[in-house]
Each structure stands twice: as C-alpha cells, then as structure tokens.
Design a protein around this ligand. Structure first.
Ligand SMILES: Cc1cc2nc3c(=O)[nH]c(=O)nc-3n(C[C@H](O)[C@H](O)[C@H](O)COP(=O)(O)OP(=O)(O)OC[C@H]3O[C@@H](n4cnc5c(N)ncnc54)[C@H](O)[C@@H]3O)c2cc1C
Length: 361
C-alpha cells in the first residue's frame, strides 16, 4: 500500500516507551487510526522483551515497572520474562485499544510540506504533525572491533543473540563487557562451560547497599546532562554500577567474576594480551560480546538532528533541533520507569505544540 495517510502523531515502536506514549495520547483524547498510529516492525507484542533469552526469567528482572494504567500481577517468577511481558503487553494493547500496526518497518523520517513530517515505512507513508520515536536499542547491538577479529575460527555472538547457557556446554568462553548482561551471562555459563574468562575495558564498579531512589535519580541526572549537551547517551545502568547481590558475591568468591583487562588482539583460536614485555594467550571456542547497544535512530538521519558530539540534543524528551520530534526511552528515559514518565511528558508537550500551531489549511 503506498497511499499517504495523515495523522496528528506517529509513534514509532511499541515497547514500554511507545505503549506508554500511546496510552497517554488515548487518555487525552487522541483516537487511534484517526489521530495517531503506533508502528512497530516486530512480528508481535513485547518490544525488546519478546527477544530476550529464556533463562532471563521474570524473577531475575530487577525493577520492571508496569505500564501506566494496568498492573502486571501474579506472574510466575520462574517463567521467562520474554513470555510474561509479551503476554502483558499484548493484553495492554487490547485493553486500551491501541491498534499497533505490525510488522511495519519505519525506514526514514523526512521533512514534508506545511510543517509536516513524512514517515516512510514498509507499508506506505504517513504524514504527521508530530513524532514520538520510541525505538529503543535492541535493534542496534554494539560490536567493538579488535585486531584479528576476522581470523577467529570459533563462534562470536552478541548478547542480542544469547541463546541461554546450555548452548556453551563444554566450551571455553570469553565474555566481553562489564555490565549487567555480561555478569549474568558469566554466572549462568560457568555452570556449563569448560572454562570462562571475563574481560572488561574498565574495572567493574560494584555497588554496595540498597539502590535508593536518590541514587537512581543521581544516575539518571548524569545521563540527562550528556544528552542535553548532544553527546551519545550512556545507558542508565552503566552509571549505576553493578549491584553487589548474593549471586555476584558468590561469583566473585568462586572466581567466575575475576575480571581481566581487555585483550589486545584476537587470534584464530583465542585472545591475546601483549604489554610490550609479556604476552599471554587464552584459548577460546566462543567470544560473547556483552558490549551493549546504541539508540536505534538511523531512520531519523534525514532530519539531521545529530550534533557534532554524535548524539541528539534533547530537553526533556523534545529534540532541541526539531520540537516536533520527541525521543522517548532515549538516554535518561531508557528504563521502564523512565519510559513511563517520558511518554506522559512527550504527550503533554506535543498537545501544547499542536494547540499552538494549527496546521496550514
Ligand atoms: C537484557 C536487558 C535487561 C533489562 N532489564 C531491565 C529491567 O530489569 N528494568 C528496567 O527498567 N529496564 C531494563 N532494561 C532496559 C529496558 O529494556 C528498557 O528500559 C525498556 O524495556 C526499553 O523499552 P523501549 O520501549 O524503549 O524499547 P524496546 O522494548 O526495544 O521497544 C522498541 C520497539 O521499537 C521497534 N522498532 C525499532 N526500530 C523500529 C523501526 N525502524 N521501525 C519500526 N519499529 C521499530 C522494535 O520492534 C521494538 O518493539 C533491560 C535491557 C536489557 C538489554
């Protein structure tokens, strides 16, 4: 279908951030299909949760906040979070009649006529007065490059493809990355693998004591300051440090979480360090890159929102360069609670914008 359809607001992405935004649009009188559409390129509900590995059970997920207006109750902590949250999101979309269109892949957003934006998709083009971009990071796994990487004869994979620990039975696994994913992978894989090695660029920071609201706010403020300056956001988790819980303590004690500095190069059968005087090699069958994700915002490139620093400057959720564009779930709002709040804030701001600037007749 290639016809042009007109709406007031297009929401791209139906994860926590997109659904929260759609909920607030609906609550404030916007009708789905008539006034707004939600477009998502996944085959079904759940946002990125749909694709998370089976051993990430609901009980292992920390601080998953329910979407606004409907609690997630009675979930079995032993079930995979991918199932629990996908079902919850599906129910949520039905309950609030959000009519998410999928699979619809947004390929580019461009300047249109009369102050409108054109959203070009696999299912034709939408013309809109405002845009809520809620595309998350899952679609853009970050793979660093190291010398010799292409010569490695074993298997390399990223967290985004992590199949669960059983797949590594009997293998020698190098896990790269000092975040929550890397440590969770290691603790699980160590029970099945022949050997594990943990390498990180910087020494990991373990955080003692409870994760207070104040601590969370301070961490979010750090990320907020970066996006205000137009720098690429860091994940909120990267500034909060790793919680020193029982599992992590045990991993340190058992030597599973014994971190080494980043290797210098990859060889056909492992990884190697060389500081000029000493060299060391560890044989490996698998390199698992738990090296995080970047914002999936390439489709916004035609709008030229990026600053020289590489990020999009954002005040609240609004792009400073283009007030029609809101980024929800980006930078400081890249957590389930942040995405909830940001969805509400973006809708409030967009309502103001639409009221101020009636479209040219
Ligand atoms: C392993 C892992 C565990 C996490 N655990 C927690 C936790 O316990 N608590 C917490 O608060 N946060 C957690 N987070 C962060 C959390 O995932 C996010 O805060 C939140 O779920 C992200 O929601 P989102 O809507 O921004 O993105 P997503 O859930 O990624 O949704 C984005 C949606 O946009 C769609 N999309 C992307 N690009 C396009 C396009 N071009 N066209 C159309 N559709 C598109 C995707 O299909 C997807 O459905 C975790 C993250 C990871 C990686």
């Amino acid at each position: 279908m290639n016809s042009m359809r007109e709406v007031e607001v297009v929401v791209i992405g139906a994860g926590q951030a997109g659904l929260s935004s759609a909920y607030h649009l609906r609550r404030t009188g916007f009708e789905p299909d008539r006034d707004f559409v939600v477009l998502d390129h996944s085959p079904g509900p759940g946002g990125a949760w749909r694709f998370r590995w089976p051993s990430l059970t609901y009980g292992k997920v920390h601080g998953m906040h329910a979407l606004p207006g409907m609690e997630l109750t009675g979930a079995d902590p032993a079930r995979p979070s991918s199932e629990v949250i996908t079902e919850y999101f599906a129910e949520y979309e039905r309950a609030f009649d959000l009519r998410v269109r999928r699979p619809v892949d947004v390929r580019a957003v461009r300047e249109g006529e009369d102050g409108r934006l054109l959203v070009e998709t696999s299912d034709g083009t939408w013309s809109t007065r405002a845009l809520i971009n809620a595309t998350g990071t899952w679609d853009r796994p970050f793979w660093p490059r190291y010398p010799g990487q292409e010569t490695f004869r074993g298997r390399q994979l990223h967290t985004a493809q992590y199949p669960g620990p059983e797949a590594f039975a009997g293998q020698r696994v190098v896990v790269v990355g000092g975040g929550a994913s890397g440590t969770q992978h290691l603790l699980e894989i160590a029970e099945h693998a022949a050997a594990t090695t943990w390498v990180t660029r910087r020494p990991p920071v373990f955080r003692e004591g409870p994760f207070t609201e104040e601590y969370g706010r301070a961490a979010v403020a750090l990320v907020e300051e970066r996006v205000r300056q137009g720098l690429p956001p860091k994940s909120v988790v990267s500034v909060t440090g790793l919680p020193l819980n029982d599992a992590i303590r045990q991993g340190i004690e058992d030597g599973v979480l014994d971190r080494r500095p980043m290797f210098d190069r990859i060889t056909p059968d492992g990884v190697a360090w060389n500081d000029g005087r000493h060299s060391r090699h560890i044989a490996a069958d698998v390199i698992l890159w738990a090296t995080g994700f970047r914002a999936a915002i390439d489709h916004l490139a035609p709008l030229k929102l990026r600053e020289p620093g590489g990020g999009i400057r954002v005040e609240g959720t609004r792009s400073v360069a283009d007030p029609r564009v809101h980024l929800v779930g980006y930078g400081p709002s890249a957590s389930t609670i942040g995405a909830n709040r940001a969805g509400r804030a973006a809708v409030r701001d967009i309502r103001r914008l639409l009221a101020e600037e009636p479209v040219a007749a």
